[in-house]
Ligand binder design. Sequence first.
Ligand code: ATP
Length: 230
Amino acid sequence: MELLIENLTKKFNQQVAVNNVSFQLKSGQCIALLGANGAGKTTTLRMLAGLLTPTSGEIKFDGSQNGVDIRSKIGYLPQHPAFYGWMTGKEFLVYVGRLANLTKLEAENRADHLLEQVGISDAKNKRIGKYSGGMRQRLGIAQALIHKPSMIMLDEPVSALDPIGRREVLTLLQELKQDTTILFSTHILNDAEEISDGLLLIHQGQLVEQGSLAELREKYQKQKIELSFK
Ligand code: ATP
């Protein structure tokens, strides 16, 4: 799997939200898109998920530029996912599975498997309205995996969680990254450091740095610049 982003730009009227962004993501990587509020993280991910049309630039998945094709290969968890609080976790995943064209039996089996994988199978018959923030995010990650995508994109998956939920989700992501390609956004350097193999640093719509954590740390230590996003 290879995701190639070339000169991606998004303007809202005259405002440039994402400015000429290029990067590459390969199978097995876990990459953090790190930047302050308003830097352009959500806009970038929404373009990759096919929810926003770029003003210019290209998104190629395994050489293909077909948006519909790309969408079927990427799982996406938005920053503020909409759950139906009156559904149980299992009902929700079966519903999402049916939307992804699985048969009822396939959707049920997939839901059971994913609930187990994300560690909330004990709560599968509980209403989502009663879930903690961490459980909801884990359900959201299960939802992103429903159609067995080649990679998942998670928009600020831990930013809104309390310390317990944050720890639960980071632990899950540590496990998932063993066999799933992940691109996630965050404004917290510690989260990026904890689970990612590499960073894309975005500032005012532009990618200002990209590389492994070790490379960037060395560079920043040399320049005595403190990496901080508050
Ligand atoms: P946050 O963590 O706060 O969501 P972000 O890094 O994800 O920040 P974006 O949401 O991508 O940033 O926003 C980048 C810029 O684009 C911001 O200045 C934002 O106000 C602007 N923007 C985003 N969506 C729209 C829109 N639909 N219409 C107009 N401007 C927008």
